[in-house]
Design a protein. Structure first.
Ligand code: SAM
Length: 279
């Protein structure tokens, strides 16, 4: 019998938010994977869990730790994994160890609990029916430009994590790419004493971040891109004229334009007949 890997979510600021099953999962584990033994030690003490055997898991050690975790699971030992705050694997270590355990055929489960992304989207007041999690944006270069352009084009609400000293620049870059009027919710210090969610346009949020020195932890929730206005007959005729002018048949021109503009084929076909007949 192999052991079970249990991911355990921990508070994102308020110690009252420890999931009720966390203590049992941590107490029953032969190994507790964590980013910082002192921080996790304080949590275990708070929960009354006796001293654990720790394995440090961070971006540098996760690869090697995954092999150790799999060996322990294969010996039949249970392993728990926590991060400094929130849900493991969400802009935090955990993903590689989950994959290694699954590849080895071991059981993986979770004690679910807080995550800043979920709390921020729910409090944002923006559309939470479908959303995209971006995590931290690249800090510079082409990779950053591309990801910001992705956010600008994305029709679903997007969640971004950001450090306080980069908040102003990120809001300004988002305002430039998405347009100053796009809505954003800037969620700060969630579950903590100074919890705050400011809902405004991107331009207003960038101006506020310039005016006050941002402090604490932040999540940005950016409204999705507005749906493009449906194509009108004039736009479709112009596109058809260009495709027909390049030598396409009425049928092919209609099919091409119908796909590109997302309009029914019969509408594109009727317009293509008109254009071809010079009407
Ligand atoms: N795994 C965590 C989770 O589930 O939310 C995220 C860890 S990531 C290393 C840390 C980032 O999460 C912070 O820089 C901030 O963007 C966001 N964050 C974490 N706690 C937060 C809080 N209490 N309020 C606002 N944002 C928070």
């Amino acid at each position: 019998m192999t052991g079970t890997l249990t991911l355990v979510a921990t508070p994102i600021g308020n110690l009252g938010d420890v999931p009720p099953r966390a203590a049992a999962a941590l107490a029953g584990a032969a190994i507790v994977c964590c980013e910082d033994t002192r921080r996790t030690g304080r949590l275990l003490e708070h929960l009354g869990v006796p001293k654990a055997t720790y394995l440090v898991v961070n971006e540098h050690t996760e690869h090697g730790a995954a092999a150790e975790v799999v060996e322990a699971l294969q010996r039949g030992e249970d392993v728990a994994l926590v991060t400094d705050a929130g849900t493991p694997g969400i802009s935090d270590p955990g993903g590689r160890i989950v994959r290694a355990a699954l590849d080895a055929g071991c059981a993986v489960t979770m004690v679910p609990g807080p995550s800043a992304a979920v709390m921020a989207i729910v409090l944002s007041g923006l559309d939470a029916a479908r959303f995209v999690f971006e995590g931290f944006l690249p800090r510079s270069g082409e990779a950053r430009d591309e990801r910001i352009a992705d956010v600008a084009r994305e029709p679903r609400t997007t969640v971004v994590y950001e450090a306080p000293h980069r908040l102003e620049r990120t809001l300004a870059d988002l305002a430039a790419a998405c347009g100053p009027e796009r809505r954003v919710a800037v969620a700060r210090e969630l579950t903590k004493l100074h919890e705050e969610v400011r809902r405004s346009t991107l331009a207003e949020a960038a101006a506020h971040a310039r005016a006050v020195e941002p402090r604490g932890e932040y999540v940005l929730v950016v409204e999705g891109a507005p749906a493009a206005a449906p194509a009108g007959d004039d736009e479709l005729r112009a596109a058809l004229r260009s495709v027909l002018g390049a030598g396409a048949s009425v049928r092919d021109a209609a099919a091409d334009v119908a796909v590109r503009f997302g309009v029914p084929r019969n509408r594109a076909y009727d317009l293509a007949l008109d254009v071809a007949a010079g009407r």
